[in-house]
Design a protein around this ligand. Sequence first.
Ligand code: SF4
Ligand code: SF4
Length: 160
Amino acid sequence: MNNIKEFFLGIWHLMQGMYISLLNFLRKKVTEEYPENRGKVFPYDCMRGCLVMPHNADNQHKCTACGICEMNCPNGTIQIISKKELDEATSKEKRALDRYLYDVGSCTFCSLCTVSCPQNAIEWSNDFEHALYTRSKLVQQLNKEGSSLAKKEKEVARIS
Ligand code: SF4
Ligand code: SF4
């Protein structure tokens, strides 16, 4: 008797679920029609789409390879690979950025990296389309090939 009761109760719940599905099927669509309207979608400026490192016209950035963002990232999303360079002013070796690696696949967009950077060398772009077939391609190098640290104050100020 109990089994028959559970059987009809199951049928009743199934019909309830199908009724909700039917209602939603007949409702007016409220989605943004993405990706058909890709060219018309403009995310908000404050949106954290992807981490970027701005460079100026002379291919210079503001990153000193200090590693603070890497230390503050809770997910190990950032990897700073540094190199030694000769400082022309002091004739001493100094640390310089070789590769700034960012894995968007493990980023939670918490922004601890950007707020902790003492140089304001990294920021957010609106780019939100990260879908790829290969996970390894989600790892991006943020510093451009051949780029270097902006040396003078006025050069640093010019980077935006
Ligand atoms: S936003 Fe958060 S998780 Fe992503 S790289 Fe920065 S600190 Fe790491
Ligand atoms: S992005 Fe900022 S915090 Fe990170 S290594 Fe460069 S200067 Fe340091």
